[in-house]
Design a protein around this ligand. Structure first.
Ligand SMILES: NC(=O)c1ccc[n+]([C@@H]2O[C@H](COP(=O)([O-])OP(=O)(O)OC[C@H]3O[C@@H](n4cnc5c(N)ncnc54)[C@H](O)[C@@H]3O)[C@@H](O)[C@H]2O)c1
Ligand SMILES: O=P(O)(O)OC[C@H](O)CO
Length: 330
């Protein structure tokens, strides 16, 4: 797998392009915006989405999806709510058997589909993998040590992808639990908003640690109801990503929650941002999925109530604190 096509030149697609270059691959990066193509090819920086990070001069940005699709493997890195449209455009351009790595972290609101379900619908004969884990894009782009879960049903494809992307500072750990990897990556964004709210209300690190712990139980309950393995949630795409995202205002989701906790209206927060906070869209999808799976996810339900139903932050926190106590594992 020498040629890697990266579809989506936001912070994460740009960072993965850098990781693939460090692994010695030839990289073509598709950007939706002409100004991103110009900035990357001309100034070797993705100024709109990853400013201040010098990029490898051999990364070729393009606005031509067909050019990026002519690869030995494709990394799909557009935001979750746009994955279906992007895969639909990609379908006629992909050579048969080209593996597609799903790198978005979210659940499709319109259908409640996981990213692998969207890919199965749009690219039925394509081998897919899920890449997820504790990965702030700026740190990956700068070559700081990072480890990820690379989940794929086909062990050979998984090994080839790990060899294609792995380097001293980017370590893909193989898994075959795609659902577990996806649920961890998607739900942690909702929980990060909750942790941001707790931090914004200055409720303390004890409260945030309790929220992370009870949130991990929610992730595991939902994931196992969908067939995921419990041990996946103790791995990089579960505990690893949850603790990263719930512990740093580098997280767009945590920083959005922090602003909510400080009393800023959601519309005001979103208006001031160009980057995506996937938890804003995933919260509703998680609550719907949990209802279908008959899984109790009070923290995610609380975030959805605040984001989408006008619930008061203080009243919601009080309501969570008033819930009956359960045994530790429940
Ligand atoms: N940024 C990170 O640190 C990071 C790390 C791991 C995973 N991810 C995930 O990667 C995915 C992409 O996020 P990001 O951080 O790279 O994005 P970003 O916030 O850096 O940029 C937003 C991206 O959304 C794209 N976009 C906006 N409207 C669109 C539309 N209508 N159709 C198609 N694309 C559209 C833009 O072109 C841009 O590429 C998300 O699911 C995110 O959770 C992000
Ligand atoms: O900035 P966030 O909250 O989207 O988090 C980025 C990555 O998903 C962290 O693993």
């Amino acid at each position: 797998m020498q040629r890697i096509g990266v579809i989506g030149a936001g912070a994460w697609g740009t960072a993965l392009a850098m990781a693939a270059r460090r692994a010695g691959r030839d990289v073509v990066l598709w950007a939706r915006e002409a100004e991103v193509v110009t900035a990357i090819n001309g100034r070797h920086e993705n100024t709109p989405f990853l400013p201040g990070v010098p990029l490898d001069h051999d990364i070729r940005a393009t606005g031509d999806l067909a050019e990026a699709a002519q690869a030995d493997a494709v990394l799909l890195v557009t935001p979750a709510q746009h994955i279906r449209a992007t895969t639909s455009r990609l379908k006629p351009l992909l050579a048969s058997g080209t593996p597609v790595v799903l790198c978005a972290k979210g659940i499709e609101i319109a259908t409640g589909s996981l990213m692998t379900e969207v890919a199965a619908g749009e690219l039925p004969d394509t081998p897919v993998a899920v890449l997820s884990g504790p990965t702030f894009a700026a740190e990956v782009a700068r070559g700081l040590p990072t480890a990820v879960t690379l989940a794929c049903r086909d062990a050979q494809v998984s090994q080839r992808l790990a060899q294609a992307l792995g380097s001293l500072t980017f370590r893909p750990y193989a898994s075959d639990d795609l659902v577990g990897a996806e649920i961890g990556g998607a739900v942690k964004n909702v929980l990060a908003i909750a942790c941001g709210i707790v931090a914004g209300r200055a409720l303390g690190d004890n409260a945030r640690a309790a929220l992370i712990t009870r949130g991990l139980a929610e992730i595991a309950r939902l994931g196992q109801s969908l067939g995921a393995r419990p041990e996946t949630f103790m791995g990089l795409s579960g505990l690893g990503d949850l603790t990263l995202t719930c512990g740093s205002l580098q997280s767009r989701n945590m920083s959005l929650g922090h602003a909510l906790g400080q009393g800023q209206p959601l519309a005001t927060i979103l208006a001031g941002r160009t980057s995506v906070a996937e938890g804003v869209y995933t919260a509703e999808a998680v609550v719907r999925l949990a209802a279908r799976c008959q899984v109790d996810m009070p923290i995610c339900q609380a975030v959805d109530a605040i984001l989408n139903h006008g619930a008061d932050v203080n009243a919601t926190i009080q309501s969570l604190l008033s819930r009956p106590l359960k045994p530790e594992g429940a």
